[in-house]
Design a protein. Structure first.
Length: 308
């Protein structure tokens, strides 16, 4: 695929930091269950930009809330070899403009971890109170390279802004998934999940759970970006890790989200047990957790055991 950037005819070979370029069917049985999750706080949404020129939104972008821009620096590497006096001499800036008033914010999305190593740095802004939409673009420049825009061929990357937060998560559960060769979803998921050599080598390995958010998952128009869904897991008692779940579609009045165990390094690392739970949020701060229980705590974790 052709990179989604727009070349500049003449740009001084300066670090971007030295100046800004021109702008080119399931409701909870108990209605009280909707109050089980912690009250919503200032909402936080994330827009992520990946290598391969894809992007996604996680969570509602809400007036007065926080917007996190997470940009993969390997998405556009034109200037990564730009150096000066043996040091890296390049940067990538994120630009965020809110409409209709045009408030513009910018900042670096690069963080050095050594003289020649670096990682992504999220750029965070507060959403103005009058915003109805937001657009983003990116600019990479260096001392010895041709500067580049990542701006969707000048159209930028737009996202809607909500006037208020969605409702809190009301319910989550209905475990299911597949541990078979036919790769078909079946209701119910054993606990623990036992991964033997047959399952490891020949079967699909994924776990599903559903979530209900009033006014969101039962709406006429599917908007999975308004629900933030993650698997929380630890390996052999190690630190907690989090990965985003993948949206599978609407089931009744719910949304279904999946954890693909095949994406984990099950066959290539030493491990005995994964402890896991799913968690869901509509503000990115307060989470409804589901494992062997449900609610803000979610009860004891579920497990995946190794048997190969």
């Amino acid at each position: 695929m052709k990179p989604a950037w727009k070349s500049l005819a003449l740009v001084l070979p300066l670090l971007a930091a030295c100046g800004s370029p021109p702008q080119p069917e399931h409701a909870p049985a108990d209605p009280a269950a909707e109050t089980q999750a912690a009250p919503l706080t200032t909402p936080t949404a994330t827009v992520r930009f990946f290598t391969g020129w894809t992007q996604e939104q996680r969570g509602a972008i809400v007036r007065g809330g926080q917007l996190v821009v997470d940009y993969d620096l390997y998405r556009m590497t034109d200037c990564h070899n730009s150096t000066y006096a043996g040091q890296q001499a390049w940067d990538t800036l994120a630009y965020v403009r809110f409409l209709p008033s045009g408030q513009l914010f910018s900042g670096s999305v690069k963080q050095a971890t050594g003289s020649t190593t670096f990682v992504n740095k999220p750029f965070v802004v507060t959403v103005p109170s009058d915003a109805t939409s937001v657009e983003t673009w990116f600019f990479t420049s260096g001392r010895t390279c041709q500067s580049r825009y990542d701006s969707n061929y000048g159209a930028n990357y737009p996202f809607p802004v909500e006037a208020q937060s969605p409702a809190a998560v009301g319910w989550a559960g209905d475990w299911g998934g597949s541990l078979s060769r036919d790769c078909v979803h079946r209701d119910g998921m054993e606990d623990p999940i036992v991964i033997d050599s047959y399952v490891m080598q020949r079967a699909c390995k994924w776990v599903d759970a559903d979530v209900y958010v009033p006014g969101v998952t039962d709406a006429a128009t599917a908007r999975p970006e308004l629900v933030q869904a993650q698997v929380e897991f630890s390996v052999d008692g190690g630190p907690l890790q989090y990965k985003w779940l993948s949206y599978q579609g609407r089931v009744g009045n719910n949304q279904r989200w999946r954890w693909d165990l095949a994406s984990e390094p099950l066959a290539y690392t030493t491990w005995a047990q994964y402890a896991y739970a799913f968690r869901y949020s509509t503000d990115g701060v307060s989470w409804y957790r589901v494992a062997l229980g449900a609610g803000p705590a979610g009860g004891a974790t579920r497990t995946v055991q190794r048997a190969f």
